[in-house]
Design a protein around this ligand. Sequence first.
Ligand SMILES: *[C@@H]1O[C@H](CO)[C@@H](O)[C@H](O)[C@H]1NC(C)=O
Ligand SMILES: *[C@@H]1O[C@H](CO)[C@@H](O)[C@H](O)[C@H]1NC(C)=O
Length: 321
Amino acid sequence: MSAICAFILTFSTLCASRVVSGVLSGPTKVHFTSYNMNLVLRWDPPHGAASGLLYTAEYKSKVSAGYSIGCVNISTLECDLTSLNEPIFEYGTYFGRVRAQSGSETSPWVESTSITMDKETVIGSPNIYLSSNRATIEVSIEDPVFALSSLRRVYSDITYNVTYWKDGQDEKAITISSIQQNRIVVDKLDPLTKYCFQVRINKQLNPTEPSTSVCESTGSEEDIPWVGVVVTFVVLGIAAALVAVSVVYRRSIYHFLCPKDSLPEHFKEYLLEQPNSTIYKAMQNPQPPEIIADVIVVEGGPLEVTAPTCIKQPDITVDQR
Ligand SMILES: *[C@@H]1O[C@H](CO)[C@@H](O)[C@H](O)[C@H]1NC(C)=O
Ligand SMILES: *[C@@H]1O[C@H](CO)[C@@H](O)[C@H](O)[C@H]1NC(C)=O
């Protein structure tokens, strides 16, 4: 009996909702998100909706007359408006609306709350890079990349808070606040100690994300001329390599510097005119290049072939003892 009651109750509820609404109900929680100056309209499906719904999203700025099309007949629950034909402006205020569609049924439009880009966009985390030199650590800060414009162009008054601590002692963290430039040198640190750094963009009102923390060890205090030592090593290494190479390849280098058989252009023409000459045949068979040189010397003729001025030297032998 109770099962039948429950069945009737469920059935009548379903019928009632159909009869009362008559149309598909609209998407819920329609809202904008903006991260690093992008603009995305998001929503949830209508309450109790079947799967397979399609959505159409539109948007307009505070100053435009009507809505522009964002996304049409999409099945996802978001529409990225950042790179559409109608450009988004970094100081603009936007409104959005979404409707659902299932077959021939269309829901009413559901409007979002507005968003003002520069005031509400979430500013993502900066990247930080550290380099240490004895008792100092240099911190370089790289701004997050914006979808529109850039952080510095939108907010000219941006500053950073740099927090650092000895590794494992984050309760004793020190914060240097309101830094304007994106590179600072933290000095008078303890030598041979690992320090961790975290940077936060300082912007009132906008939500910001801190950077990941990055650690680096300081060097020892003595003034070791590391750079000089390294440069000397590298120079010595290259010099040794050059000497070794020139000894191993001395023959090739000699031939390269004093090429034996480069023929002048008019001489080549002369050769091609006399296909039966021994010179031509020698040319056809490039195996022993010495032959060509010999023939030239023997035939002499109207062409003066200036012999290369290199004198063949006996091979240098390296005393291995
Ligand atoms: C979107 O879907 C509706 C209904 O299925 C259809 O009438 C309309 O032409 C579609 N629009 C586009 C742009 O595909
Ligand atoms: C940066 O430091 C200042 C001063 O300590 C503080 O008032 C401000 O809230 C800090 N900003 C952030 C984003 O933590």
